[in-house]
Design a protein around this ligand. Structure first.
Ligand code: DX5
Ligand code: ZN
Length: 217
């Protein structure tokens, strides 16, 4: 049974009113605050760094879910912990020694997640599943909010769910990119536990209500 967790992506918040938007999330039914860190190398965009994370952390009453879209994650794991990370997800494509990196994340005291890009097969995760707490399937190409989700992610979610049930059923399956009220239920039914939503939440007229609706999708 899926956990139906919602993690709004702060990337789409109003950065001139960050405290207001974090407080909105605190009051909402959001389960996590999703923090997208981009380096302009692994992805063709730069988001924000640790001073901004610290400012979010200062006001956040919800746990922070870090999604590192950066080439070199290892030197920044401790810094993520200092600014409130409870989940740290690294990209499989960027980590030469992925087992070492996820082990380090757990040693530091966070849940360890592994993300994969749309073109990567879930079979590439088989050997790491026993060692992680979360798998993030990118349902868009990472780097930008506001993109349309890639349809084949439904089937990919079902495949991953099957693998997870066999190898490590405690894993949280997270979907990131283009989530809305039309696809949320399909993702939950396919086996997703946690949905990231940026534009669909923050660009709606009533973000708090939108989060509540996604949870019930
Ligand atoms: C994309 C990021 C996503 C993004 C989601 O690279 O990882 O978390 O902010 O935004 P939407 O929901 O607008 O696709
Ligand atoms: Zn993300």
């Amino acid at each position: 049974m899926s956990q139906r967790l919602i993690a709004p992506s702060i990337l789409v918040a109003d950065f001139a009113n960050l405290q207001r938007d974090v407080e909105m999330l605190n009051q909402s039914e959001a389960d996590y605050i999703h923090i997208d860190i981009m380096d302009g190398r692994f992805v063709p965009n730069i988001s924000f760094g640790f001073p901004v994370c610290q400012a979010i952390h200062k006001h956040a009453k919800k746990p922070m879910d870090f999604h590192l879209m950066i080439e070199h994650a290892d030197p920044y794991l401790e810094e993520c912990m200092k600014v409130g990370a409870q989940i740290i997800t690294v990209h499989e494509e960027t980590c030469r020694h992925l087992h070492r990196t996820v082990s380090e994340i757990r040693t530091l005291g966070a849940k360890a997640g592994v993300a994969i890009n749309p073109h990567r097969p879930v079979s590439s995760l088989e050997e790491i599943l026993p060692y992680v707490d979360l798998i993030l399937l990118m349902s868009v190409n990472p780097g930008f909010s506001g993109q349309k989700f890639i349809e084949t992610t439904f089937e990919k979610t079902r495949k991953l769910k099957k693998m997870v049930d066999e190898i490590n059923p405690s894993i949280i399956i997270e979907i990131d990119g283009g989530v809305n009220d039309e696809n949320a239920r399909i993702f939950f039914d396919a086996g997703a536990d946690m949905l990231v939503a940026g534009s669909f939440v923050f660009k709606s007229d009533d973000p708090t209500q939108t989060i509540a609706n996604l949870k019930k999708a």
